[in-house]
Design a protein around this ligand. Structure first.
Ligand code: ADP
Ligand code: 5GP
Length: 187
């Protein structure tokens, strides 16, 4: 069976990480790609596990040497997916999930049209803000930058293959599973 690349995006705080974690617990054969970022690690985050934390110079060097499948600046930091890592995983027949922002997702679709783009929507803007603030991981300036990005993210979501509303966590995970299973059957 051919393996597909599943790209999951959504505004900061919508619950992408939470939905994906639950999905991976139930579907351990999937691999979650580890991105590179110039963002400072949050308490509890580990280099090589949550992200590869790079300096701006290291990140720029990867851009200059065409190492990224996609990369983007999001809310003041840079994020990117290493090309070699994804190609290697696909060649080894692994099912991969990328959790990346909407700019990066659309770049992936251009380079790999067979990739499946899934956008996680909040039940409302108010609930999104509540979740982002409730997570307590960003300062006020960063929260504002992330909320400012929501409008354009929702516009880009129109180019995605699927949208899943993360209202109830279990329901959202189950919808994601149905989408992914359905796409795998098409292979
Ligand atoms: P993202 O990865 O999209 O930035 P997170 O997964 O970190 O978002 O979730 C942001 C916050 O929202 C977390 O505190 C998480 O526990 C909470 N959350 C996630 N999904 C739900 C849900 N369905 N209902 C209520 N809270 C949720
Ligand atoms: P956070 O700082 O909250 O971990 O991530 C902020 C945003 O960057 C999220 O929308 C997340 O999906 C996105 N992101 C994480 N890794 C990548 C990546 O490799 N490429 C792109 N384009 N976005 C990423």
């Amino acid at each position: 069976m051919n393996k597909k690349l599943f790209v999951i995006s959504g505004s900061s705080g919508v619950g992408k990480g939470t939905v994906i974690k639950k999905f991976l617990e139930k579907n351990p054969s999937f691999m979650l790609s580890i991105s590179c970022t110039t963002r400072t690690p949050r308490p509890g985050e580990t280099d090589g596990v949550n992200y590869f934390f790079l300096s701006k110079d290291e990140f720029q060097n990867c851009i200059d040497n065409d190492k990224f499948l996609e990369w983007a600046e999001f809310a003041g930091n840079f994020y990117g997916t290493k090309q070699k890592y994804i190609k290697q995983c696909l060649a080894e027949g692994k099912d991969i999930i990328l959790e990346i922002d909407t700019q990066g997702a659309l770049q992936v679709k251009k380079r790999m049209p067979e990739a499946v783009l899934i956008f996680i929507c909040p039940p409302s803007f108010e609930e999104l803000e509540h979740r982002l603030r409730g997570r307590n991981t960003e300062d006020e300036t960063t929260i504002q930058k992330r909320l400012d990005a929501v409008k354009i993210e929702l516009e880009r979501a129109e180019q995605f293959d699927y949208k899943v509303i993360n209202d109830n966590l279990e329901r959202a995970v189950s919808e994601l599973e149905q989408i992914i299973t359905g796409e795998q059957k098409k292979c």
